[in-house]
Ligand binder design. Structure first.
Ligand code: TEU
Length: 547
């Protein structure tokens, strides 16, 4: 395993900075809040969660109209989160305990309040005019082409001052940078170098496949679909070859530093793009987000197919990366129905996330089963919720403050938080679960500890176990001298597993972890029955000695 890196063997924990911990009582999370909670994440013992790296949602200066994905200065820290010194302190505190820090980097667009855009929009002959994508309309009141923004509506916004349109792949206050301009390209690589010099261990790259658009602005072909954005076959507005080439240059730059990693959000309707952006597995992204996995329905067959597709298509040197939750998606715990089986089901998916081949990303609050919170309209912050309510309620429900305890404001802040705390914090919180064997948090902690102990889980190959009964997803991981098998019962039924010993090659297996019993209760042989929503992780330590 000597040639595997931290970003392959480790577990990444995504922190929505505004909602993790508020140290100064202004109702919004901040960098010092994170420093104060590092022991929870990893104190070097199995009492803590045990994650290896944190990914911070954007912390650069920003008017915060989109959770920080609207940057107004790439070289500074948002004063709402703290100072550059706080950031450096957080970095040092993480590094001193062997944890890594990944920053969110938004390369595709800036805030419309960024001084570059303020200059760019001021006149047609401003030196920064070409830093953004400006075009004449096809005719009065007709945008340059029919491209749509990812959130619906035209991707073009008209500016009366200069009589031209500017392009925005996302919201109108997030104008796209013109990556065809060499100064822009150089500047954005300088931004990356600035933070790498500071010591950050890598980036989560927002919308990486959106950097370039077709130079001729050709319209996309039409196709039948439920929404106008999907009704375009996106041949020309994203996933252009130039974006991949830019990522390859960023990779070369990153490789000039020791042990850093690029993890990209490749946003597309086809899973192929996720694999494309890994290049040959060594020359583009280190990891890319596999959207297909989160789009699947909650059952064994769906997940087996999704994992199988990725394993079949990923380049030989490529490394998978899985997640179930993030700040954009409805929290999975809510999708599990929230009723009595929700915890058991959440344990099944957690075990899958943490034992598949690839790097797992946990989104803060997932480990305690935070539900999707209901945020009243008057308190909504997400521009999508505000714009499209009631058709869409936006993403705030996945961004509410972390439940540290059952106390006022969930122990997140002394003051009323920027988004309401979900009422479930009274029973569902870190303080309670950290001390309760059998809790969801305890399960995450045990799985992470097990990952650390087993070479097969960190770096081993993946093989789906054939012939599993319907409702069961089983697979085996194998490294040089270690084998681990995971059996996941996605149903509420008891499922017999005849012939399991044969499927597993007749070795001597022992139960490493069960969601239903303390390990000491289990016999040293593969169980022949899976109880409702049961997870079993089995280990064979000597693959050479077949019984
Ligand atoms: O998201 C890209 C994106 O388009 C989706 O994940 C989006 O949130 C979803 O389609 C909404 O329906 C990234 C960031 O993760 C997101 O938070 C930002 O808002 C977006 O880029 C713009 O920077």
């Amino acid at each position: 395993m000597s040639d595997t890196r931290w970003w392959q063997t480790g577990v990444i924990y995504q922190i929505g900075v505004s909602s993790f911990a508020d140290s100064d009582g202004d109702g919004r999370g901040d960098l010092r809040g994170i420093i104060e909670r590092l022991d929870y994440l990893n104190d070097g013992t199995d009492a803590s969660l045990g994650v290896d790296a944190i990914w911070l949602t954007p912390v650069n200066a920003s008017p915060m109209r989109d959770f920080g994905y609207d940057v107004s200065d790439y070289y500074s820290i948002n004063p709402r989160f703290g100072t550059m010194r706080d950031f450096e302190e957080l970095l040092a505190a993480c590094h001193s305990r062997g944890m890594r820090v990944m920053m969110d980097l938004v390369l595709n667009h800036t805030s419309d309040e960024h001084p570059w855009f303020v200059e760019s929009r001021s006149s047609r002959d401003n030196p920064r005019r070409d830093w953004y994508v400006w075009r004449d309309g096809r005719s009065p009141k007709k945008p340059p082409n029919r491209w749509k923004a990812a959130v619906e509506g035209s991707a073009w916004e008209y500016e009366a001052t200069t009589g031209q349109y500017f392009y925005h792949a996302f919201l109108p206050f997030q104008p796209d940078l013109n990556w065809r301009n060499h100064e822009v390209r150089r500047e954005m690589f300088d931004v990356a170098a600035f933070w790498l010099d500071k010591g950050v261990d890598g980036f989560r790259l927002d919308l990486v496949n959106f950097l370039y658009e077709d130079e001729l602005l050709q319209d996309n072909p039409f196709r039948w679909a439920s929404r106008p954005y999907l009704a375009q076959l996106h041949l020309h507005d994203f996933s252009q070859p130039e974006s991949l080439e830019a990522i390859k240059e960023l990779r070369r730059l990153t490789d000039g530093y020791e042990d850093r990693a690029l993890m990209g959000e490749v946003f597309s309707d086809t899973p192929v793009d996720c694999v494309t952006y890994l290049g040959d597995g060594t020359d583009a992204l280190h990891m890319s987000f596999y959207l297909d996995f989160v789009r699947r329905r909650w059952n064994a067959q769906e997940y087996r197919d999704s994992v199988g597709w990725l394993e079949d298509h990923i380049p030989a040197n490529g490394w998978p990366c899985y997640y179930l939750n993030n700040h954009d998606l409805p929290r999975t715990f809510g999708r599990l129905g929230g009723h009595k089986d929700a915890d058991a089901k959440a344990k099944v998916t957690a075990a899958m996330l943490l034992t598949l081949r690839g790097t797992p990303i946990i989104y803060n609050g997932e480990e305690i089963g935070m539900p999707k919170a209901r945020v009243p309209r008057r308190m909504m912050d997400d521009p999508l919720g505000r714009k499209f309510w009631p058709l869409q309620v936006g993403r705030d429900g996945s961004r509410t403050p972390m439940h540290w305890s059952g106390a006022a404001n969930a122990g997140f802040s002394d003051r009323e938080p920027w988004l309401p705390v979900d009422p479930s914090h009274v029973v569902r919180n870190v303080e309670r679960q950290v001390e309760s064997p059998g809790s969801l948090l305890d399960w995450y902690r045990n799985l992470i500890a097990l990952r650390r102990q087993r070479a097969a889980l960190q770096a081993g190959s993946y093989r789906s176990l054939e012939g599993m009964p319907a409702g069961v997803f089983g697979y085996e991981r194998e490294a040089a001298d270690d084998r681990v098998a995971t059996l996941l019962n996605f149903t509420g039924r008891t499922i017999p597993l005849p012939g399991l010993g044969d499927t597993l090659g007749g070795l001597t297996w022992s139960v490493l972890l069960s969601s239903h019993s303390a390990v000491s209760d289990l016999a040293d042989s593969p169980a022949t029955t899976l109880r409702p929503y049961e997870v079993l992780v089995l280990g064979a330590s000597d693959p050479g000695s077949t019984a």
